[in-house]
Design a protein. Structure first.
Ligand code: NAP
Length: 237
C-alpha cells in the first residue's frame, strides 16, 4: 500500500538514501532540509530546523501532508571535550535533535490516530552507549531512545508504532565532518566496529524502511542497532 512519509534531514546521507528507497517502493516522500538538492524523489521543503521559528512551519507541513510515517532524522553533532562545553552548545544540540522530533510527531498524531495506522522512527546513535567528546550529542540521542519508549507505551493501542534506529559510524557528510580521513576519531570508530568498516547510508535506510513497513506492525518501543556489531557487549539488549 502506498504511504506518505516525512523525513527531516532528507537531502543527504541517511535521509536521502531512505527517501530514494521509499520512493522506489512506490511511497510518497516529503523531506525537510536547509538546501535544495537535484533529483530529490519527492517534495523537499527548505527549512532550517535549528531555528526556533521553524516549528510552526514544520508542524503545518506535517498536518497538511496527511503523513503516515515520520522519520526524525535531522541531527546536530558538536565535538567537545568535557571541560570545554558551553551551555549554549548543549542547548543547540538538544534543540536540533529533539525539538523537530517532538513537533513533527505531535503534528502527525491526529491524522495517524484517525487512520489507526502510523509509524514513527527516531534516529539515535551508537554514541548513546558512551562516547568521548560527544556529551551533548550522545545525551540528545539518548533522549530520542527515551522518547521512543515513552511514545510507544502511550500509543500502544492506536496502530501507531514507535521505534529507534541507532546507526554506528556511517559514511556521510556529517560523519566525515567530525571524523576526517586519517583522524584519531576515524581510527577510534573503525576499531570499535567488529566488521572493520563503516556503514553505508543505504544500509541504515534499509533498517528504517523495514520499521516503517506493514510487516513491522508488531514491533514498537525498540531500538535497532545498525552498526556492524559495534554495540555488542555494550548495549543491554
Ligand atoms: N553518519 C553517522 O555516522 C551517524 C551515526 C549515528 C547517527 N547518525 C544520525 O543520523 C542522522 C542523519 O545523519 P547523516 O550522517 O545522514 O547526516 P548528513 O549526511 O550530514 O545529512 C544531514 C541531513 O540533515 C539536513 N540538515 C542538517 N541540519 C539541518 C537543519 N538545521 N535544518 C534542516 N535540515 C538540516 C542536511 O541538509 P542541509 O545541510 O541542506 O540542511 C542533510 O539533508 C543524524 O541524526 C545523525 O545524528 C549518523
Amino acid at each position: 500500500m502506498k504511504r506518505r512519509f516525512l523525513i527531516t534531514g532528507a537531502s543527504k546521507g541517511i535521509g536521502l538514501a531512505l527517501a530514494n528507497r521509499l520512493a522506489g517502493q512506490g511511497h510518497e516522500v516529503i523531506g525537510v532540509a536547509r538546501n535544495a538538492t537535484d533529483g530529490f524523489p519527492g517534495q523537499l521543503h527548505l527549512i532550517d530546523l535549528s531555528d526556533r521559528a521553524a516549528s510552526n512551519e514544520l508542524a503545518a507541513i506535517v498536518r497538511d501532508g496527511e503523513i503516515d510515517g515520520v522519520v526524525n532524522n535531522v541531527g546536530l553533532v558538536r565535538a567537545e571535550p568535557l571541560g570545554d562545553i558551553a551551555v549554549g552548545t548543549l542547548e543547540d544540540v538538544m534543540r536540533v535533535n529533539l525539538h523537530p522530533a517532538l513537533v513533527a510527531t505531535q503534528a502527525a498524531l491526529p491524522g495517524m490516530r484517525a487512520r489507526r495506522w502510523g509509524r514513527i522512527v527516531n534516529i539515535s546513535s551508537l554514541t548513546v552507549l558512551g562516547s568521548v567528546q560527544r556529551t551533548s550529542y550522545a545525551a540528545a540521542k539518548a533522549a530520542l531512545v527515551s522518547f521512543t519508549r515513552s511514545w510507544a507505551l502511550e500509543l500502544g493501542a492506536t496502530g501507531i508504532t514507535v521505534n529507534a534506529v541507532s546507526p554506528g559510524p556511517t559514511e556521510t557528510e556529517l560523519f566525515r565532518a567530525n571524523n576526517p580521513a586519517g583522524s584519531e576519531g576515524e581510527t577510534r570508530y573503525l576499531t570499535g566496529v567488529p566488521m572493520s568498516r563503516f556503514g553505508k547510508p543505504e544500509e541504515i535506510a534499509a533498517a528504517i524502511a523495514f520499521l516503517l513497513s506493514q510487516d513491522a506492525g508488531f514491533i514498537t518501543g525498540q531500538t535497532l542497532h545498525v552498526d556492524g556489531g559495534a554495540s555488542i557487549g555494550k548495549a543491554l539488549i
